[in-house]
Design a protein around this ligand. Structure first.
Ligand code: SDX
Length: 428
């Protein structure tokens, strides 16, 4: 990294702060000594101009619509790679050899079963519990079962916990779906691919054989790739902050799941399809565009806009292409896809969206495919959490492995009352 300096004039006192450069992307001003030298904090609610860490995992250029995982463009990974291979890449930093990939896939496959006692956790939920509520509860409970992989100071235990989480998320998510529809849980079948196993656990029944549709398997595997990691987004930052206190990896991932659930974040895929269903037909699009532009209306176009992308989200491009491929291959259509395409066309030509640089994001089209595959809308964010788990554990490992790592503890601008003395109740 090359270093130069930034200077700050604070009431006549000049403060110099080092500027650090990464491989590519914006430089950073190292402000770690600012409070000690000025008695002042920086102020950045929402962290719009704040780098929270060093990371070598994922790079995003929001202006150019670029997304790289360990340097590889998301479009190339989506076209040529698999979710298992991208998982290996995120965890280890390089694409695997054929033997390395086989070994990694075997390792993950052999962790797909859950402790039998965990099944009783599901029985405690109402059948109509939101799958994300189940995911939060069951994943958090994993730390009560896998004590032999909670010592975060041991890199071997960290990797075992990472493999367990990547492997068990499909089983946990599929069980959440089965419980919601009153069908029996389906055990993993280790002869299947990671994604094929998930499809069978979700849609298979004991009464008859389940044959994985290769088109659906490939499309869903690609959707998992698109959701694997995304720099320091809200849920990843949640995982890092939880991990910075030394919490065990299962608790950290449960925290990430909770954060992802929000409709401004991972919950947007569910909200986007619900929005498209509410809009219904293209003739109703202008009404909803007007609502999205109305400052007095809390309505937003779900699946549109992004804190970082001020250009088209490259994942949305691949997602739209995948909708076309899956529909053509399965010979299905969905009028909501036409509505989504027209909504995008109208929005991208509207000055409001152009000026604010609001483009479709990863969540705009994903629900249309997931719905065509057969997932209920409530499962969409659980699938996002399933895929993002590899990114969360990779970011968590990167943080814990950093010798300079310390507990995350932001400060504040205090706006409450100055000190005052207690008044007895008869004096108030
Ligand atoms: C994900 O961070 C990540 O990387 C997340 C993610 C990942 O992979 O981890 O990419 C996944 O979360 C994608 C985003 C999914 N969320 C949605 O689709 C929900 C709808 N989008 C918005 O709520 C919003 O765009 C956010 C939350 C995504 C980003 O919000 P910002 O960066 O804080 O921007 P903002 O809310 O300050 O909006 C800037 C302006 C505002 O207008 P002004 O107050 O400046 O006049 O744009 C407007 C907003 O009102 N705006 C929208 C809009 N999004 C922003 N107006 C209408 N519709 C929208 N969708």
């Amino acid at each position: 990294m090359s270093d130069n300096q930034a200077t700050l004039n604070d009431g006549g006192k000049t403060i110099t702060m080092p500027i650090k450069s990464g491989t590519i992307g914006p430089d950073v001003i190292d402000i770690r000594k600012l409070y000690a030298e000025t008695g002042k904090f920086t102020y950045d609610p929402g962290f719009t101009s704040t780098a929270s860490c060093d990371s070598a995992l994922t790079y995003i250029d929001g202006d150019e619509g670029v997304l790289l995982h360990r340097g590889y463009p998301i479009g190339q990974l989506a076209e040529h790679s698999s979710f298992m291979e991208v998982s290996y890449l995120l965890l280890n930093g390089e694409l695997p050899s054929s033997d390395e990939l086989s070994q990694f896939s075997r390792t993950i496959t052999r962790h797909t079963m859950l402790h039998e006692q965990l099944m009783t956790f599901y029985r405690g939920f109402r059948r109509d519990a939101h799958p994300m509520a189940v995911m939060c509860g069951v994943v958090g409970a994993l730390s009560a079962f896998y004590h032999d992989s909670t010592d975060i100071s041991d890199p071997v235990q960290r990797m075992i916990a990472s493999h367990r989480l990547i492997a068990k998320m499909p089983t946990i998510a599929a069980m959440a779906y089965k419980y919601s529809v009153g069908q029996p849980f389906i055990y993993p079948d280790n002869s299947l691919s990671y994604t094929g196993n998930f499809l069978r656990m979700t849609f298979g029944v004991p009464a008859e054989p389940y044959v994985v549709n290769p088109v659906v398997e490939r499309a869903l595997d690609r959707i998992f790739i698109l959701h694997a990691d995304h720099e320091q987004n809200a849920s990843t930052s949640t995982v890092r902050l939880a991990g910075s206190s030394g919490a065990n990896p299962f608790a950290c991932i449960a925290a990430g799941i909770a954060c992802l659930w929000g409709p401004a974040h991972g919950g947007a895929n569910e909200a986007a399809l619900n929005m498209l269903r509410e809009i219904g037909t293209p003739d109703r699009i202008p009404h909803y565009i007007a609502r999205a532009k109305d400052k007095n209306d809390p309505f937003r176009l779900m699946g549109f806009g992004h804190r970082v992308y001020k250009n088209y989200d490259p994942r949305a491009t691949v997602m739209q292409q995948t909708v076309r491929e899956v529909f053509a291959s399965l010979n299905v259509t969905d009028p909501l896809f036409e509505t989504a395409l027209q909504l995008e066309e109208i929005a991208l030509n509207d000055p409001y969206f152009v000026e604010k640089k609001l483009f479709p994001n990863v969540d705009f089209y994903s629900g249309i495919i997931l719905s065509a595959i057969g997932f209920p809308t409530a499962m969409f964010t659980a699938l996002f959490a399933l895929a993002r788990t590899v990114g969360w554990v990779a970011q968590w490992n990167e943080m814990i492995s950093d010798p300079g790592q310390k507990i995350g503890r932001p400060r504040q601008l205090y706006t409450g009352p100055a000190q005052r003395d207690y008044l007895p109740v008869d004096k108030r």
